[in-house]
Design a protein around this ligand. Structure first.
Ligand SMILES: C[S@@+](CC[C@H](N)C(=O)[O-])C[C@H]1O[C@@H](n2cnc3c(N)ncnc32)[C@H](O)[C@@H]1O
Length: 495
């Protein structure tokens, strides 16, 4: 098959909280997606993209072919009736399923040619060689990474090898079954080839009435009845994802086995890859940019940035040898040694010339896993001062901060703008700023007299640093167990 496009298919991706807006921009930019809709934790869109382009989405956790999204319904109190109503509502028309599954198969058919020419697929699965018999080939298990995923496990059936069906034509010694044979729900012989399982997740009101297992099983039974498919717990050809919440009921079919967020080019993972990508996306990296991560750890931000914007140059600095060792192995594994340099140094004494880099991106330690020698809050003005020193005018600074540090930075900013307003007002009135009315915001009323010498020094550093930084947005993101904020700034020249 040629061309490589599946016209107008509808998809959705799951995304970490806070990253949906980035994913919306990404699908528009990379896939020219239309009818883009963002809800909490998901982005829906229509695109004509091929599997390779879809798999290149960097801000998504998982990618699905869209089956349906419907509003929640009133469920009868009687449990049996409730299950019946839900089965009908969630499954709906069998023609819809046939349509989606045939799209799913044509996506795989289209990518088949590319995969056959390479020994290792994009998902890192080693392709079988010509010598390996089809009997010895086994499809790697579908990864059920979905929280509270339940599996429909009604009948213990024989295993089915998806690769021998979907990619079978690549192997000279394999007979392929055609998608239309597989997807005929009435013609029992062929239809029964579709082996599936259901991953169901319930939240909100519905979770008080049913467990995810109960509903997963009920939906599975309905699919067996309606479509003539077979349940397969261990090695299904197809996974049916169902999420029932107070906001909507969503049904989809995962397109790829592994979450998109599990990068096949990262050997040892540090910061969540999707967040690292979003930080790089905000950094205005262009061809020829010099990008610095002065607390690079395992180098995740640099890896994400260099994969997406390979025409820039990247420099990672960290003061811990063991971190740099792993970062170096990561850079080699990702084949990015010509793009990324690593140096051991401290963020407060960067071995770089003033105004020598275009972008600084940094994941500031929260103090839990990675400590810095002093309290992060105390040392923050000095870290920032050094970052701002090496950053060129018009350069971009992108920081990932704990909620505490984020609030602290916002308070600095507020007290700075309050101070400059006071000065402007005083200039207009021709009065002394120290005698003007205190603000109702305590954060703006820092009494210089009460400060220790160290605090006064910190305050001076903060004022100087902030004078050259213009805030360009704060973006709340989830790191799973913790919340964090991405702060974006532009450096301006101070006259
Ligand atoms: C939050 S981790 C960075 C994680 C990184 N983004 C990743 O994906 O692996 C913070 C890093 O700062 C480093 N660090 C702590 N104090 C430092 C200092 N004074 N100068 C440079 N690096 C420092 C730690 O060694 C650690 O690797």
């Amino acid at each position: 098959m040629s061309g490589g496009s599946s016209p107008g298919s509808r998809y959705f991706c799951t995304a970490s909280r806070g990253l949906e807006r980035f994913l919306v921009e990404e699908v528009r930019l990379k896939l020219s997606a239309r009818d883009v809709e963002q809800v909490s934790g998901k982005v829906f869109f229509t695109a004509d993209a091929d599997l390779k382009k879809l798999k290149n989405l960097k801000c998504a956790e998982r990618l699905f072919l869209f089956v349906k999204k419907v509003p929640p319904i009133q469920i009868p109190r009687h449990k049996g009736k409730g299950v019946h109503v839900l089965q009908e509502y969630v499954i709906g028309e069998s023609s819809k399923w046939l349509d989606v599954v045939s799209k799913w198969q044509s996506l795989w058919d289209l990518s088949k040619e590319q995969e056959c020419t390479s020994d290792v697929t994009e998902t890192g699965i080693k392709r079988p060689t010509q010598q390996e018999s089809s009997e010895t080939r086994k499809r790697p298990k579908l990864d059920l990474d979905i929280p509270q995923a339940t599996v429909f496990d009604e009948s213990p059936t024989g295993k089915h090898d998806l690769h021998s069906i979907i990619q079978g034509s690549c192997q000279n010694n394999t007979t392929i079954q055609r998608p239309d044979e597989l997807l005929n729900p009435q013609g029992r012989g062929a239809a029964s080839c579709m082996h599936f399982r259901v991953s169901c997740r319930c939240s909100g009101k519905i979770a008080k009435m049913f467990t995810s297992q109960e509903l997963g099983k009920a939906i599975g039974i309905a699919l067996v009845r309606e479509m003539g498919w077979k349940a397969e717990l261990r090695n299904p050809m197809l996974e049916v994802y169902v999420h029932l919440s107070d906001i909507h009921y969503v049904v989809g079919i995962p397109i790829v086995r592994l979450p998109l967020a599990s990068r096949n080019y990262i050997k040892s993972a540090g910061l969540r890859s999707t967040v690292a990508w979003a930080m790089a996306y905000l950094a205005d990296i262009t061809a020829g940019s010099l990008v610095l991560d002065p607390m690079c750890g395992l180098g995740t931000i640099l890896l994400e940035a260099a994969k997406e914007w390979p025409n820039a140059h990247y420099h990672g600095i960290d003061n811990t040898a063991s971190q740099l060792q792993i970062a170096s192995a990561n850079v080699c594994f990702a084949k990015l040694t010509s793009n990324i340099d690593l140096t051991r140094a401290s963020v407060t004494e960067l071995p770089l010339l003033t105004e020598s880099v275009n972008v600084v991106i940094c994941d500031i330690p929260f103090g839990k896993k990675f400590k810095i020698s002093q309290d992060t809050k105390t040392i923050m003005p000095y870290i920032l001062k050094e970052m701002v020193r090496v950053l060129s005018t018009d350069g971009t600074l992108v920081l990932l901060l704990s909620q505490e540090l984020s609030l602290d930075m916002q308070q600095w900013q507020k007290s700075k703008s309050h101070q400059s307003n006071k000065e402007k007002f005083a200039a207009l009135q021709n009065t002394d700023t120290s005698t003007s009315e205190p603000s109702s915001n305590p954060a703006e009323n820092v009494d210089v007299e009460d400060m220790s010498i160290a605090e006064k020094e910190q305050s001076e550093v903060k004022t100087k640093v902030l004078a050259s930084l213009v805030p360009k947005g704060i973006f709340q993101v989830s790191l799973g167990v913790t919340e964090a904020s991405i702060h974006r700034y532009k450096k301006i020249a101070i006259t």
